[in-house]
Ligand binder design. Structure first.
Ligand code: ADP
Length: 669
């Protein structure tokens, strides 16, 4: 039986252990796969984010790629960035600023030398103008020289001198005409100081208007001139810019009393612009002087001086600078470098709007930060086209959907394995207990068979012996015969009792005939049963005391069964008492809800550990095997218990070894 159980357990445990092993290893494999997938997903998303950043930074260059290389287009470009708080600087191929200011070094350039004859004539003309104050003569000479001079610069210069002479002569009409001519033909030509003749002519025209008494026209002209200067219409160096703006402002200041209200309003507005202009001028110049050389060196160091690059500021600055070199397609020479300042916060907002959707979709969190500040568990990518480098760190926001599913699967599997484990353990336990029981029963049955055959054999052999004696007439007196008959009756009664027990038992076990319960009075029933027992051979003349204060005690019961129950208890009380201590008492009392019937003896008693088992079928306690073995089948108390149950009652046992036992039967009233 135990071997069978062992085989059964092993057969159950080994495959379940194998199943658990399979499950655990598949969970492991799955989580490894998920980890790998996550890492790949992270990597892919981080790459995608960085790619978007790269495209966005490259996109900053789009307007420059399309821009022309002239002042008007710079102006337009600058306007697109100004709304973002940025400003534009343009450098030429020698890295000199051409916007918003031309670098000073290039600005003054002497005019080319004149052929000697012309130079002599020019000297003479200048003598006429400055020493002899013959302005008309000088004008004539200048005009003649202008026709003979070949260089455009000289022609422009001579035309300006001519216009100056007409001014000195107060020939306003001719002066105006000459200056307009200068403006129309030589606007882009520069004088020795590097100022364009277009600007010089415009300034002089204003003077002419004022001097000739056309005050309103003069003021309008100056206002327009100021606006042009603020708009960087002419490529001037920073100091020239300042000088000419100052000059026009002074002229306007002098003319202020004669301004119309509309002109005054415009003048006020322009003054405000002048203020901003100086601010910007200062800022641009400071940047070009202090920051740009450092940045340029850094760009060269990393070999990016020829590529569009975003210069990221240090923490205290709010402006980043995007550097965009432009190349001449034919010579592959750098012809311009655009540098635009942009607010970092608006750049960041733009990037956030760009990256957030992808990051949210991938259940990822990302940050853009300077190098080497990433959390250790983050995946880090460096952002291209930025100097000093920025990094993009990616970390997960929580489990992804597939991770959640995997976690749920894992939980379900673990719960199932746990449940299966519990079921297996319980099943094994229950089987073990059942086997244990069966083995006990088997043993008890074996004992029952042996004691039963013994029980049967003793009376049968007595009956056999006595009948032999009677048959052969081996008796001496009629008293002997009487005694023999008595013995025969006694042994037959014992046999009958035995058979009754067995029959009762089988009936009890198979629950064949349920007891029919009807109201009955316990007092006469017990009295009669006690009397009957007292008269039976088992009592051997010892009295049984029935103690009760009741005269009537009605219960729902079966008279036969209850009397059998009492007989069994009394018989045990006698059987398990030493012959010299036979003292059996039966009591009947009433409790709140119950009737209590007790049978008490002062016999061998039952050991505490055996008390729970005495009601089991076939069970016989150690009290049954005293120095003289006491016959029995182990069925009596099982039958008693069954009868009590059938009456919806309960039975209790109080016993002390060597002191006696007390069986209490409670029946509902
Ligand atoms: P048996 O045929 O052995 O008497 P029972 O079912 O009547 O079977 O009793 C079971 C066992 O309980 C007995 O073998 C005996 O050891 C013990 N027992 C029963 N009644 C008493 C008692 N009054 N005093 C001591 N032991 C008892």
């Amino acid at each position: 039986m135990r071997r069978l159980f062992l085989i059964f357990s092993v057969g159950l445990i080994v495959p379940s252990a194998f199943l658990v092993y399979l499950g655990v290893s598949s969970i492991r494999a799955e989580s490894r796969l998920l980890e790998k997938q996550n890492a790949e997903r992270f990597g892919a998303t981080a790459d995608a984010l960085v790619d978007q950043l790269r495209l966005s930074i490259q996109g900053l260059g789009a307007p420059f790629a399309a821009a022309g290389v002239n002042r008007a287009s710079y102006q337009r470009l600058e306007e697109t960035f100004q709304s973002d708080g940025g400003f534009l600087i343009v450098l030429d191929q020698t890295d000199k600023a051409v916007h918003p200011y031309r670098d000073g070094a290039e600005s003054s350039k002497p005019l080319p030398a004149l052929p000697e004859a012309l130079q002599r004539r020019l000297d003479a003309a200048e003598k006429l103008e400055f020493s002899q104050k013959d302005f008309a003569g000088a004008a004539q000479e200048y005009r003649a020289l202008m026709d003979d001079a070949e260089s455009l610069a000289w022609r422009a210069s001579l035309l300006a001198r001519l216009a100056g002479c007409w001014s000195k002569l107060k020939s306003w009409g001719k002066a105006e005409e000459a200056y307009r001519d200068l403006q129309a033909r030589f606007a882009a030509e520069k004088n020795e100081q590097g100022a364009p003749w277009g600007l010089m002519a415009a300034i002089r025209l204003g003077d002419v208007y004022a001097a000739s008494g056309r005050a309103e026209l003069a003021i309008d002209h100056q206002l327009r001139l100021l606006q042009d200067l603020l708009g960087s219409r002419w490529p001037l160096g920073a100091s020239d810019d300042r000088f000419y703006i100052q000059r026009v402002e002074d002229a306007l200041g002098r003319a202020a009393p004669r301004m119309t209200p509309a002109q005054r309003a415009r003048w006020d507005a322009l003054s405000h612009d002048v203020h901003n202009h100086w601010n910007r001028a200062g800022r641009t110049q400071a940047w070009l002087k202090s920051e740009w050389p450092v940045r340029q060196a850094a760009l060269r160091r990393v070999g990016r001086s020829d590529q569009p690059t975003l210069l990221w500021p240090d923490a205290k600055n709010a402006l980043a600078f995007f550097v965009y070199p432009v190349f001449d397609p034919s010579s592959a020479q750098r012809v311009r470098t655009f540098i635009v300042g942009m607010r970092t916060d608006s750049l960041m907002t733009r990037w956030k709007n760009l990256l957030d959707p992808a990051a949210t979709a991938g259940a990822l969190r990302y940050t853009i930060h300077p190098e080497q500040a990433a959390e250790p568990q983050d995946l880090v990518r460096s952002v291209p086209h930025i100097l000093p480098p920025l990094q993009l760190s990616v970390s997960s926001v929580g489990a992804s959907v597939s991770n959640q599913f995997a976690a749920r699967r894992r939980t379900i599997y673990i719960a199932m394995v746990g449940l299966a484990g519990v079921v297996i353990v319980v099943a094994l336990l229950v089987t073990w207990i059942a086997i244990q029981r069966e083995m006990e029963v088997a043993e008890l049955k074996a004992r029952f068979v042996s004691s039963m055959s013994h029980e049967l054999k003793t009376p049968l052999s007595i009956i056999d012996l006595v009948s032999q004696k009677l048959k052969r007439g081996r008796y001496e007196s009629p008293q002997d015969v009487q005694e023999f008959y008595g013995m025969l009756t006694e042994e037959t009664t014992r046999l009958k009792g035995l058979i009754d027990d067995v029959l009762d038992f089988s009936r009890v076990m198979e629950n064949r005939k349920p007891y029919l319960l009807s109201p009955l009075d316990l007092v006469p029933l017990i009295t009669a049963t006690v009397k009957r027992f007292h008269e039976s051979p088992i009592a051997q003349g010892h009295p049984v005391l029935f103690e009760t204060s009741l005269t009537v005690c009605i219960v729902q019961g079966n008279a036969d069964a209850l009397s059998r129950l009492l007989l069994n208890l009394m018989e045990n009380a006698f059987k398990y008492s030493p012959p010299d201590r036979v003292d059996v008492r039966v009591r009947l009392a009433v409790e709140a809800q119950h009737v209590l019937l007790t049978v008490e003896d002062h016999g061998y008693g039952i050991a505490p550990e055996e008390q729970a088992h005495v009601f089991d079928r076939f069970y016989r306690a150690r009290s049954a095997s005293q120095d003289r073995p006491i016959s029995g089948t182990g069925l009596g108390l099982a039958i008693v218990k069954n009868i009590v149950d059938a009456h919806h009652g309960s039975i209790t046992l109080t016993s002390r070894l060597h002191e006696g036992s007390q069986f209490g039967v409670r029946l509902p009233r």
